[in-house]
Design a protein around this ligand. Structure first.
Ligand code: FEO
Length: 397
């Protein structure tokens, strides 16, 4: 994809990855982009780079704007390989005068590329450098989502280059938020938040307050993945505020895996009970629903109810995977419950309960285990469990 001038003399020069389908466990069904930005000024400056296999795309784009040898500064907001993988070759080509990064960024680059001799220039929150007619103000954003992460703010352009924050994994030919369908854009942004940043929500809240306290006036937010927010940057800031507060709705997810449809039948009965209480709910079968899509829906769901048959004295493997992934992302203030069928031992429900208790879910029932195939009475109990959860959701959300 050709460079795009996003501000006067400031270009998107990144790469579009149409083919990636897995981003360490996150299903990227529509690909992603690796955004990099080139400021043409007295000091020609490249903000961030791309994943190693896309180094030719980056170099090609740079050459379409200027001779890469003219680049004076690199700003490395984040060292994860999707933004830094091509650095060794790029540094050889560009021979930059300075590489600006956080202290943790320098450490991470040395640990990734084993080059102590690069011209690192460590910056911290509040430091400002001049490029010529514009300046860059740095803001460290530790653990959002790596220790090295930082933002670069260009006040003259009212542009925030936000690294991973506010991104979306979505490969498009368009570069700006107002050029794509808004509902899909926010779905991708929510999926990205729910699968990458959810566990850092308390830090996101602090960061949003810091940005507000700095009194910076934003015209555009340019993340390192996906579309650039130029039409309503405030909208994505408001969404991050909502998501990081972990505000939930009167919504429940019934997430299950089944062997011979007994656990599935129980799931549907629980769903019936939830519907009777006026709760919006979704039935998510892990045989057809990816863990990262469950987390997208979990972002605003008050109750997460998990069901698994028992296999080999434990829960089914897809459920173990789901719970491990979800627990790591740390949703808070949720209601939980477990259910499942079994043949003779029946450990799955207890094991699910243990995970949900460790994750500090509010458990409102010990869960329902049914031997082999549920009877009408068993299903009545499942409906009643759904209704109890529904009433608890209505009281809390
Ligand atoms: Fe897009 Fe944390 O890298």
């Amino acid at each position: 994809m050709a460079p795009v001038e996003i501000k006067k003399d400031l270009y998107w020069v990144g790469a579009v990855d149409w083919e990636i389908r897995d981003f360490h466990g996150y299903s990227t069904k529509k690909g992603t982009t690796y955004n990099a930005f080139l400021a043409m000024d007295e000091k020609v400056t490249l903000f961030d780079t791309v994943k190693k296999p896309f180094r030719s795309d980056l170099l090609h784009n740079l050459r379409r704007v200027t001779d890469p040898g003219r680049i004076d500064y690199l700003v490395i907001n984040h060292v994860e390989m999707d933004h830094s993988g091509c650095l060794p070759e790029l540094v050889e080509t560009v021979r930059p005068e300075k590489i600006f990064c956080s202290a943790m960024g320098k450490k991470a680059m040395v640990e990734h590329f084993h080059r102590e001799d690069w011209p690192y220039e460590v910056v911290k929150t509040g430091d400002v450098i001049r490029l010529g007619k514009r300046s860059v103000q740095f803001l460290e954003t530790r653990m959002l989502h790596w220790p090295d992460s930082m933002f670069s703010y260009i006040p003259e352009d009212r542009l925030l280059i936000s690294s991973d924050a506010f991104g979306q994994h979505w490969a498009t030919s368009e570069r700006f938020d107002d050029e794509v369908e808004s509902h899909e854009l926010f779905m991708h942004a929510a999926k990205y938040y729910g699968n990458i940043l959810l566990l850092y929500s308390a830090l996101v809240q602090k960061l949003l307050q810091t940005v507000q306290g700095m009194g910076i006036s934003l015209d555009m937010i340019a993340p390192d993945h996906g579309l650039i927010w130029r039409s309503q940057p405030q909208k994505i800031l408001e969404a991050y505020d909502r998501w990081s507060r972990q505000d939930t709705k009167r919504k429940a997810l019934v997430i299950y895996d089944t062997m011979w449809h007994s656990t599935e039948t129980m799931a549907k009965a629980i769903l019936d009970g939830l519907v009777q209480e006026g709760v919006s709910c979704q039935l998510l079968d892990l045989q057809g629903t990816h863990r990262s899509d469950v987390m997208t829906e979990a972002l605003d769901a008050k109750a997460l109810i998990f069901g698994s048959a028992t296999l080999n004295n434990g829960m089914l493997p897809r459920m173990a995977d789901m719970l491990s992934y979800m627990k790591g992302l740390r949703p808070v203030n949720r209601i939980g419950a477990a259910f499942g069928s079994y043949g003779w031992s029946g450990e799955a429900v207890k094991q699910i309960n243990n995970v949900l208790e460790e994750a500090k879910f509010r458990m409102i029932d010990p869960g329902i285990s049914v031997r082999f195939v549920p009877t009408h009475e068993d299903l009545r109990k499942c409906v009643e469990l759904g209704r109890r959860i529904g009433r608890a959701i209505r009281e809390e959300a």
